[in-house]
Design a protein around this ligand. Structure first.
Ligand SMILES: [Zn+2]
Length: 261
């Protein structure tokens, strides 16, 4: 029996539980937090509550991977990937307490992201779907009207400026009655690339983050999985330059999914 986190912990507890002090919500976003916590949608009369903010952080300093012209003075320049070939995953998993209730659509604004993001995101959702026949399909569609994370009954994907070592942030709201919404923001200040495949789990020499690696992790949150400390599971909370191993699920990632669905 896996532990199920209390739904009453809220955002503060979620942030406290994060593994590094650097994992903070960007100030630009923080200022609007109050309005996300309770969003009233005209016509439905229902209110959404922000139940979790999951932040995926870089184990490296992303700014150190930028070009010389862009990097901050005094920062160490990374000259190669910091990933290592992955070890074995574990059976560990942790559940968020929500599930995707049926087939749905993820609305993607591809602006600011690398070419091919839509197919990468679809592949990332499909990885979870492939692990359990009961997992609802999530279909990615382009939607240029997506501008920021908000509780609006649409799962939304976008690229925007996040601070610090944040690679991506997934916000999840509860609408009550088992209805949830998750929006994911990928950081435009981070150099993403799309590896041609998972390979051996680490692209040595690439000082960028694999978008599918990070997306597969984020969409684990969408489907209802929380972080685990097992470094080589997809639900490990940090990522390194050049790593791709999160693209495929560890035994615990799949076991957690089957537990939910
Ligand atoms: Zn995460």
């Amino acid at each position: 029996m896996a532990p199920v986190k209390s739904r009453t912990l809220g955002v503060i507890a979620a942030l406290v539980a994060l593994p590094t002090a650097a994992a903070v919500i960007p100030g630009r976003l923080d200022a609007a937090t109050t309005s996300w916590r309770s969003a009233r949608t005209a016509g439905t009369g229902t209110t959404a509550t922000l139940v979790r903010v999951n932040v995926t952080t870089a184990r490296d300093d992303p700014s150190a991977a930028n070009t010389d012209a862009m990097r901050a003075p005094g920062r160490r320049r990374l000259r190669g990937a910091t990933c290592t070939n992955p070890g074995a995953g574990t059976n560990a998993y942790s559940l968020e307490g929500w599930r995707v209730s049926g087939p749905t659509t993820a609305h993607l604004n591809p602006a600011g992201g690398p070419a091919g993001a839509a197919s990468v995101f679809q592949a990332a959702f499909n990885t979870w779907k492939a692990a359990d026949a009961n997992v609802p399909t999530i279909s990615v569609m382009s939607d240029s009207s997506v501008s920021h994370q908000q509780a609006d009954h649409k799962d939304e994907l976008m690229f925007a400026s996040l601070s610090g070592r944040n690679l991506a942030v997934t916000y999840t709201w509860s609408w009550g009655g088992g209805v949830y919404e998750s929006d994911t923001v990928f950081n435009t200040n981070v150099a993403f690339f799309i590896a041609p495949g998972e390979g051996d789990g680490c692209y040595e020499g690439v000082t960028k983050y694999d978008l599918q690696d990070v997306a597969t992790h984020e969409f684990g949150h969408t489907y209802g999985l929380d972080h685990v400390s097992a470094a080589f599971n997809t639900m490990a909370p940090t990522a390194t330059l050049g790593e791709t191993y999160k693209r495929s699920l560890a035994s615990g990632d799949a076991a957690g999914l089957r537990r939910i669905y």
